[in-house]
Design a protein around this ligand. Sequence first.
Ligand SMILES: NC(=O)c1ccc[n+]([C@@H]2O[C@H](COP(=O)([O-])OP(=O)(O)OC[C@H]3O[C@@H](n4cnc5c(N)ncnc54)[C@H](O)[C@@H]3O)[C@@H](O)[C@H]2O)c1
Length: 325
Amino acid sequence: MHVLITGGAGFIGSNLVAYHINKGDKVHVIDDLSTGRIENISLFLEHLNFKFDEVDILVWKELEKAVAWADRIYHLAAVVGVFRVLKEPISVLATNIAGCERLLRVVHSTDWNTKLIIASSSEVYGNRFEYELLSEDMELHISPGHNSRWNYSISKLADEAFALSYARQYNIDVTVVRFFNIIGPNQTGKYGMVVPRFVHQAVRAEDITIYGDGTQQRAFLDVRDAIIYLDLLSNNPLSRAEVINVGTAREITINQLAYLTKEFAQSSSNITYTSYEDAYGKDFDEIYHRKPNLEKLLRLTNHSPKWTLEETLTDLIQREQTKEL
Ligand SMILES: NC(=O)c1ccc[n+]([C@@H]2O[C@H](COP(=O)([O-])OP(=O)(O)OC[C@H]3O[C@@H](n4cnc5c(N)ncnc54)[C@H](O)[C@@H]3O)[C@@H](O)[C@H]2O)c1
């Protein structure tokens, strides 16, 4: 199979590269290396089944050719991470919406039955903490209001609307996945992701810094399970033109995560607290609760995650300790 991965030098993308190369597929990555890193894919650069182009999806002239070659496309290229979203509110909207729309337009124009997976996010649910479970068909409340943080959610919702419209109007075979807090190897803490940041701090015996009071809850899914879900969804015709949560059911507070990371790393770090204002600037809207309804995912894939949070943390701590040596 021929697999094109936009944003393939990033965290989720590079794990997908390893997965498909190991399966014997041919993989083409396009990435502008804005948050992605060449080290994430350096193992594959000389591989006969691997090709990499450092390009911007918005303007790259050979996108048509790359799309016409592909049996499956994962569209992951996006401006991501809370810090980057707050710092570059316009490019979040411009890149994420225009990149996705351009790709859909090109897929339509190539007249080739490519399977397209588009990465959306649990951020589209906004601040729905009163709900126990976040379901794909619930109404969404997002306010562009006073805070640019919602630009990311708006960009992902626009991508979803484009994807479903191309599916309806032109019969494009597209599936939208709403990722909930994916963690694992190659994720960087540089742009605000909590798990790699805590692991980095614990291994170096630096303060483990919690933003807010640490009572906010998250459910973390290992990327190696996430990519199995993506593969199973891609192979299931019933996923066509659907929006599907990809996550896990087990929630943990950020306080518990900090203590668990410290314990597993056998670290002497202190656990400290930073206000949202100090971390992100004024008027930051935190999401306190984010738990996916996974019925649809389970029905379409019949897969249960293999990695527990404890196993992922142990693995990430070992990798970080090896880096330190
Ligand atoms: N990691 C998560 O928990 C999570 C949660 C929700 C949604 N997502 C979505 O999944 C996708 C992958 O996220 P990730 O965590 O791997 O982030 P990432 O930053 O590691 O990956 C995004 C990649 O896109 C590339 N990119 C950005 N703009 C580009 C452009 N104009 N042209 C070409 N490449 C470009 C970056 O260099 C990077 O390699 C994103 O679309 C993100 O919104 C991830």
